[in-house]
Design a protein around this ligand. Sequence first.
Ligand SMILES: C[S@@+](CC[C@H](N)C(=O)[O-])C[C@H]1O[C@@H](n2cnc3c(N)ncnc32)[C@H](O)[C@@H]1O
Length: 225
Amino acid sequence: MPPQQALAIARAFLPKRPWGNRYDYYYTRAKLRTDPLYPGVLAALRDTPGPVLDLGCGLGLLAHALHVDGQPRAYYGVDIDASKIERARQIARRTGLKDARFEVVDLGARWPEHTGNVAILDMLQYLPSQVQAGMLAHVSRMLAPGNKLVIRSALGDDSGRGRTSKVTDLMAHFAGWMQEVPKSYPTRESLEGHLANAGLSATFSPLYGNTPFNNWLIVAERRAG
Ligand SMILES: C[S@@+](CC[C@H](N)C(=O)[O-])C[C@H]1O[C@@H](n2cnc3c(N)ncnc32)[C@H](O)[C@@H]1O
């Protein structure tokens, strides 16, 4: 993402007082500048009208990215981490994102209701494989004609990139950045199977950028007929 846009979004995550915690600011600034995630997702969603459900939304960065990209949409973000959801709510309010709402949801236990587009960014590996399959089947019923499911995921394989993704997620957990532990990395075959069983056709593209991770962008739509 262009540095000016990244900075504009990250500034909203600055603490109210100069001595407050700046972790969210530095994290979002670095992530938005260096990670090809948001340009990839914004491009995939650009020609698909309608609201966006963000499963495992973290701090709700996607809502801000859509806003600065000139894609005004209703946004619904859910995450298991109550602290992140509270911060996401505060920042969205402060930024004036009126159409953004957030809820604490454990996607291992239940799935929200929605009609429109769906994003699942860097979170599938936190669910067991059979829950991934069930959630993708549920999500497929949310997609109206023309809507898209956009997934970014590290794929599980024995490549150096695959190993780097797994080790980094574990480090994030032990460092306290991520409460949850990865449960099951989808492989390309498992994900293709889950999406096909859910009645979706999908395209897979590597989204490595300058990172060492095995990240892929998967864009799925309901199969015609
Ligand atoms: C790597 S972060 C990605 C956050 C956000 N999607 C992004 O791209 O910036 C993974 C997120 O998944 C959330 N998560 C993990 N397990 C979850 C679960 N069972 N239900 C809901 N959210 C979960 C974590 O709390 C975390 O915010």
